[in-house]
Design a protein around this ligand. Structure first.
Ligand code: ATP
Ligand code: MG
Length: 357
């Protein structure tokens, strides 16, 4: 049994009062973060619930039965998620007319999600270089790694092992290459185990949005995990996203997934800024012959079919991959290569597309 299954077994083994349900069935567990031998669990129990006294110690004891876990903290919320900022103590509480939905990142002109249906098509590469291309044009840009399971921005931005400062109880995004960024990879030790279930991903994302002093500016670029899962949903519900940029390679399989991603964003009422075709062809550095390794123009045709803007194609370039691996993104050094020019043009096209949305 992996750690996640062991946690689930523990939660499933604890009854929720006399309801007949266990903690998982009753949706009591809001989040859980594991760092080495420490587990922090947040649970949701109503203000007057009698279980507030007994349940935390019960959870603690049961989790300590897992051999890797020695320390446990249980946090109780009356409802999910709490938002400390919106309730200064001095202000009398106004009765809520309708359920309040928290909106984060409101100090950005445009929040842009970089997404794809399929993994490994170059979302993070596009997010990083796009952020840099926009910054080069004079915009104030931040970058947020919304990929909780597989954060890649610390490495790509050259911020491996960098830790954000904490001022008051807020995280301060890390500045690099003229951009302010934050990733779960900068908060949790690379070697430490993390387990996340759907609601826990939500909680981690929300914490990083809520408990971070984001400086605001023209653009916030969100690097999303692949697929159409929980992170996408949480962000669409908690952040006012100006639009999604869908990254795809030109092959049929990737395009099918791109279409799925477009459909998902449309379902949650997020506009599509357009489709970017990545790894569209390879130009031999020796003979200049162009080879469409993943076929070509597929994404352009697909965007016509889906009736969304086509933002441009990025060729396969060794320097793109190297820049990502070495923490010196292409746009910081080789912005005048074919791929660099493509990123720059895509940034322009995104600005144009945003104006029409
Ligand atoms: N245009 C390109 N030329 C060369 N290499 C590229 C290009 N685009 C991306 N890569 C490389 O492909 C790999 C995958 O890219 P990346 O991590 O950006 O994809 P992703 O879609 O974010 O993946 P995941 O779904 O895992 O988050 C990386 O090694 C990256 O350097
Ligand atoms: Mg990625």
């Amino acid at each position: 049994m992996d750690l996640q299954q062991q946690f689930e077994a523990v939660f499933a083994g604890i009854p929720y009062g006399n309801s007949g349900d266990n903690l998982l069935e009753a949706n009591v567990i809001h989040g859980c973060v594991v760092n080495h031998d420490f587990a922090k669990v947040s649970i949701i129990l109503e203000e007057d619930s009698a279980l507030r006294h007994s349940l935390p110690s019960q959870i603690e004891e049961a989790l300590k039965g897992i051999s890797e876990i020695n320390r446990v903290a249980v946090e109780i919320f009356a409802e999910a998620p709490p938002d400390e900022e919106e309730k200064p103590n001095s202000e009398p509480q106004r009765p809520a007319q309708q359920p309040q939905r928290s909106a984060y990142l409101q100090n950005y002109e445009n929040v842009i999600a970089v997404a794809s249906g399929k993994g490994g098509v170059g979302k993070s590469t596009v997010a990083v270089n796009l952020a840099l291309a926009l910054a080069k044009k004079g915009y104030k840009v931040s970058l947020f790694d919304a990929d909780i399971y597989g954060p890649s921005l610390p490495i790509m931005m050259g911020l491996r092992n960098a830790k954000p400062e904490i001022v008051g109880n807020k995280l301060i995004p890390i500045s690099k290459h003229g951009i302010d960024m934050l990733s779960i990879g900068n908060l949790v030790d690379e070697a430490s185990a993390m387990i996340w279930r759907g609601p826990m991903v939500n909680q981690a994302l929300e914490q990083m949005l809520r408990d971070t002093r984001w400086p605001g500016g023209d653009f916030m670029i969100l690097d999303l995990p692949p697929g159409t899962g929980d992170a996408q949903l949480t962000l669409s519900q908690t952040v006012e996203i100006a639009g999604a940029v869908i990254v795809s390679t030109p092959q049929d399989v990737a395009l099918l997934d791109a279409a799925k991603a477009v459909a998902m964003f449309e379902k949650v009422d997020i506009d599509i800024v357009g489709i970017v075709e990545n790894m569209s062809s390879f130009v031999c550095p020796h003979c200049q012959k162009e080879t469409p390794i993943f076929s070509s123009n597929g994404a352009q045709k697909e965007s016509e079919k889906l009736d969304v803007p086509f933002l441009g194609s990025i060729p396969i370039e060794l320097a793109v991959r190297q820049g990502g691996d070495e923490g010196k993104p292409l746009m910081t050094e080789k912005g005048d290569s074919a791929a660099g020019k493509a990123f720059s043009a895509i940034a322009e096209n995104i600005i144009k597309s945003l104006e029409t949305l």
